[in-house]
Design a protein around this ligand. Structure first.
Ligand code: PGA
Length: 229
């Protein structure tokens, strides 16, 4: 099965850094890049695919927001929803995430749903994840959705779960989805993925969602090379 590699550029780079980065990733194929909204047009019509980092949960008028319809009309194929940075900073609940998913699917954007437990929830992770899955995916079709398991404590910290934990939890997520929806779903891992740990992680998962390391073109290319080798 082909592994999914997704780069989440967040708000890391300024304009000149973005232009420089674009030159270095020009030949990339078979990856999905999620740039900062204002730079998205520079990433379109390349061999790689483009995702947006968030969309509005409805089609109402709202200053400062981007609707799924607008994203789709520009040529964007994917949207991340439910990233923990948004859940934490903007109080995006599972119900809001569920609305975002419905809105995305209505406009034919494929969904990268982020779920993950906080450090203080670690002992109870499976219950937390099951709850996130049940509430976020309520009344949705799963065909165009992948799940990214991103423990909140692993994002941007350089700390990753043990390989046993990654294997066990991604399998648990698949089992939960299978139990509730009787369908298979791709489960990626995200949180401090880099060129030193990718080899082991990619063997255990359907792909990776990469933040910081994807903003360094040389590092990102190294990661991709390992995945494709
Ligand atoms: P990180 O971020 O790779 O910088 O830890 C991952 C993410 O937030 O998706």
């Amino acid at each position: 099965m082909e592994k999914l590699i997704i780069g989440n550029l967040k708000n890391y780079m300024n304009f000149s850094e973005t232009i420089n980065y674009l030159k270095q990733i020009e030949d990339l194929d078979n990856v999905i890049i999620c740039p900062s909204n204002i730079y998205i047009p520079y990433f379109l019509n390349k061999k790689y695919k483009v995702g947006i980092q968030n969309i509005l949960e409805n089609d109402k008028t709202c200053t400062g927001e981007i609707s799924a319809k607008q994203a789709k009309s520009l040529g964007i194929d994917y949207t991340i929803v439910g990233h923990s940075e948004r859940r934490i900073n903007f109080n995006e609940t599972n119900n809001i995430v569920n609305s975002k998913i419905k809105e995305a699917l209505k406009e034919k954007l494929d969904v990268i749903l982020c779920i993950g437990e906080k450090l203080e929830e670690k002992d109870n992770a499976i219950q937390i994840l099951e709850n996130q899955i049940t509430e976020c995916l309520k009344d949705t079709e799963l065909d165009n959705i992948v799940i990214a398991y991103e423990p909140v404590w692993a994002i941007g910290t350089g700390i990753i779960p043990t390989l046993e934990e990654i294997e066990k939890i991604t399998k648990n997520i698949k089992d939960i989805v299978k139990k509730i929806y009787n369908k298979e779903i791709k489960v990626l891992y995200g949180g401090s993925v880099n060129s030193s740990n990718i080899k082991e992680i990619i063997e255990l998962t359907d792909g990776v969602l990469i933040g910081k390391a994807s903003t360094d073109a040389v590092e990102f290319l190294k990661i991709i090379e390992v995945v494709n080798s």
